[in-house]
Design a binder for this molecule. Structure first.
Ligand code: CDP
Ligand code: MG
Length: 141
């Protein structure tokens, strides 16, 4: 049985700079994700470090958190049956060189770091990431 899930996605600073926000949101809607909440904002280095705490100590952590705090991002809460896996599929592989045709990263990512979009990878990370950006009252009923 398929379960209704919520997931957190971020249009990363590189994609915002490329004016890809509208195109990426259109992909969410065309693929039957319901938008529960959406905001454009900038996060600082400390906030980026908190968000990506699972990657602390990885060689790309410092550069990644610099990048994520380098300009505006758009955070969205999405809902769909199997939202977490379906969003990961729509995003494509982390490294755009391995991303399938038709995925958001294939179309918009520049490289493995500047890869256009974030998506939660599991139910527990989705819960943490949704609450990082949105309070319960901000989500559509
Ligand atoms: O975003 P995703 O879940 O596909 O990948 P991740 O392994 O959780 O890594 C988080 C983010 O770190 C990636 O989306 C990239 O922006 C960055 N990264 C990187 O710069 N270099 C790597 N070798 C791996 C990830
Ligand atoms: Mg990840």
């Amino acid at each position: 049985m398929k379960t209704l899930q919520r997931t957190l996605t971020i249009v990363k600073p590189d994609a915002v700079r490329k004016n890809a926000v509208g195109d990426i949101i259109e992909q969410f809607e065309k693929n039957n994700f319901r938008i529960l909440a959406m905001k454009m904002l900038e996060i600082n280095k400390h906030q980026a470090e908190q968000f990506y705490a699972v990657h602390a100590g990885r060689p790309f952590y410092n550069s990644l958190t610099d990048f994520m705090s380098s300009g505006p991002i758009v955070a969205l809460a999405l809902e769909k049956e199997e939202a977490i896996a379906d969003l990961r599929k729509l995003m494509g592989a982390t490294n755009p060189a391995n991303a399938e045709e038709g995925t958001i990263r294939k179309k918009w990512a520049t490289n493995i770091e500047h890869n256009a979009i974030h998506g939660s990878d599991a139910e527990d990370t989705a819960r943490f990431e949704l609450s990082f950006f949105f309070a319960g009252y901000e989500l559509a009923k």
